[in-house]
Ligand binder design. Sequence first.
Ligand code: ADP
Length: 610
Amino acid sequence: MIQNLQSIKKKEKIDLKSSFSALKSIPRFFKEIWNINKKMFFFNALFRLINAFSPVVILWVGKIIIDEIILQTRIADKDFTTLWKFVLIEFIIVIIADIIDRMITLTDSLMGDLYSNNSSIRIINKTKELSIAQLEDPEFYDKLERARTQTASRVNLMSNSLSQVQSVISIASLIVGLIYFEPYLIILLILSIIPSFFNEIKFSNQRYSLARSWTSERRELDYLRYIGANANTAKEIKLFGLTAFVADRFRNLSDDYYNLNKKLIIKSSAYGTIFNILGVLSYYGAYVLIIFRVLSGIISIGELTFLSGSFNRLRNSLQGFFSRFSRITESALYLKDYFDFIDLTIPETNDVQVPLPTEIKEGFEIRNLHFHYAGSNEAVLKGVNFKIKAGEKMAFVGQNGAGKTTLIKLILRFYEPTEGEILLDGINIKDFNIIEYQAMFGVIFQDFFKYEFTIKENIAIGNIDELANLERIKKAAELSLASEVVSEMPNGYEQQLGRRFVKGQELSGGQWQKVALARAYMKDANVLILDEPTSALDAKAEFEVFERFINLTKGKTSIIISHRFSTVRMADRIIVLEHGRIGEQGTHEELMAKPKLYKELFELQAAGYL
Ligand code: ADP
């Protein structure tokens, strides 16, 4: 299994070049951080600049102190003023450096939080712009997932990159000191560090490509974790005894990932150890050299401590520099995923921006409409032709999978037709601005979303600008019968719904539908569409809901989908869809006069009621 997976993953391998090119997104990253809070960014950079010099200064003061001690032990006429002065100076520098360090950590974490909040909001906003077709594409969904889940890595990237700049300045200052006394030590230093550098880069790429190639599996793991442990699925999980099934599936998948990852970690730490030994060897080589120089009287003991201290510090700083570098390239790859997502282009909508009619005069015309979903060859609509006159109440009926919802999604421009066109007052709907066009509809789908917000918010969702308008919300609730639900809630309109949050109240399917239906009444939509949002209501309640709907929306164009013929017969005209084609259409009476599907289904249902 693992072998097999590895071969699949191979093609996704990220090479060194792409990891360096990911670094290109870093300037943009910093520009964004700078824009989020300029003052904080400025102080952070200033603090880092100051502290970059602290190591070399502290080592230098240490050298002066030691030389002074040695001097004082040798001379008869002792004077400790200089000695104590430098001890005090070192003490003050250490204290200040520590305070500045804390300020750096503080501003790092605050800026990181701001950036991560900001990017979450941008992801939400971007998602709104994308088409439903894009969101349903699994490859695309993975991109979204990578952009969404890697927030922590963006926070680390910021502090790592800033530390990197600080460390470069520190390193440069230490190197200057080293060159001043013993330039050849630099060569030793470089020799010891290069292998670990390449090692770091190599493994960081491999870590990223592994994580990346596992995006969809990780998504599955998240999903399994979700269904295995949450209140919504608990009933079925218990009743069908699914725990072991879900746990095994999770275990199999996570074990595969664990094993691949384990191999990688072991390999990288084995290499890391070897290269580190090389580094230690070079340090002791340098140390021995410096000792020889002291013994032959070329440099002082103070200089010995300064040089060995500098060398050690440099080695650690350089190692830190390189490992940080590999962490930066790794996070930069994730950053690139985020920018790729934010920069995604919206599919061509051919918006010629013909102004939308304020009032529908003629209505819709659906001409030779064909459609199949991306990734499927099965045509869902196969040449559909009909008209919806302005102010007409249409009903679509047909068996499951006949294409009713798809037809509505095309009218709403969630997808582009594969062939054919939809006209509104004679103009192809592609020519309107999509946002304005979609705002014209009040739609409630069968799978409407149950937001775990308050009942008031759940209704206002139909027109969120009116959230503060309680009168309007109450009116909508009365029209959809949601007011009955509200009256049963301890907190009325402020009642929190769902079980996720404290004091949340779960509703029955029918109650939820009444709440969702109220959304349709929240705005003065030109066209109302109800796609089976009443299936969980009892027959009497559904009849009542639709009777109100028909009376209240007089003169408004509307489409309803329902499986209840008592509702459907109220429509002005009924379209019967059969396998993506129109089987028949007409009023209830006209359709009942023909011995076809409508009559057959109607009689079947009526017999059930009898
Ligand atoms: P109805 O509303 O009449 O029950 P739908 O329009 O929902 O039918 O579905 C028609 C067909 O399209 C079904 O075969 C369904 O599997 C398929 N389908 C629906 N939505 C999608 C989608 N997002 N991607 C691919 N196929 C889909």
